[in-house]
Design a protein around this ligand. Structure first.
Ligand SMILES: [Ca+2]
Length: 219
């Protein structure tokens, strides 16, 4: 009888384990698949996490939010009415594997409009190394790349948006993101940054790259 009970217990545990595997396996395999896709394309694309800057003055008034839909499961967020003296800024390191022309995408809030409107996020500026800081607004990006503005990928206002094309030499660069204009409807400085995606301009995958739609790489 004891042996029979033992066998039943083992079967019971095996059943629970099998159920857990059935539930968890697609998630694990999906994660591995995405990871291997990004690894496969690592010579062509680079993902720089918004929540991992090398320097920032967001800290006192900003925060980090979490979601399974985010790259690295986190995003840097700022929503403030009172800017520091030199405005809000955050800097990231970008290491590219080879010389080339690169497209830079923001995964987060797209830049808001410069004209009067009711948008809930601000325009912003981006500079590479000591280069000129380029003011990015909804109007500017829609006129340059209308088909690459706002691919929604997560609830809460997170989109892929192409923001810049830049020639980068192999090695390390600094991207400076500035939040220097207020959003229109209440005067706040607002931006959510999940990641920057830096992709070779000649990278045209035939399928989606993980969660990034292949159309983002078409021009
Ligand atoms: Ca992130």
């Amino acid at each position: 009888m004891k042996i029979l009970n033992l066998v039943r217990k083992i079967h019971h545990k095996s059943f629970i384990l099998a159920c857990a595997l059935i539930i968890l396996l697609p998630t694990v395999v999906g994660g591995v698949k995405s990871f291997s896709l990004y690894s496969e394309y690592k010579k062509h694309i680079l993902i720089v996490e918004g929540e991992s800057p090398i320097e920032s003055n967001f800290a006192e008034q900003g925060g980090v939010s979490k979601s399974g839909n985010f790259f690295g499961r986190q995003a840097l967020e700022l929503d403030s009415k009172i800017p520091p003296e030199d405005g809000f800024w955050v800097r990231y390191q970008i290491n590219v594997a080879e010389d080339g022309e690169y497209n830079i995408f923001v995964a987060g809030t797209p830049p808001g409009p410069s004209a009067q409107g009711s948008e809930w996020h601000s325009p912003y500026s981006i500079a590479i190394d000591d280069g000129e800081s380029v003011l990015l607004t909804e109007e500017k990006l829609k006129s340059e790349w209308p088909h690459l503005f706002k691919f929604n990928y997560s609830a809460g206002g997170y989109y892929f948006t192409k923001v810049l094309t830049s020639n980068l030499a192999k090695g390390s660069h600094v991207l400076t993101f500035r939040l220097d204009q207020r959003r229109r409807h209440d005067g706040h400085f607002t931006a959510y940054l999940d990641a920057f995606i830096v992709a070779r301009k000649d990278f045209h995958p035939k399928t989606n790259v993980g969660r990034i739609p292949k159309e983002m790489f078409d021009e």
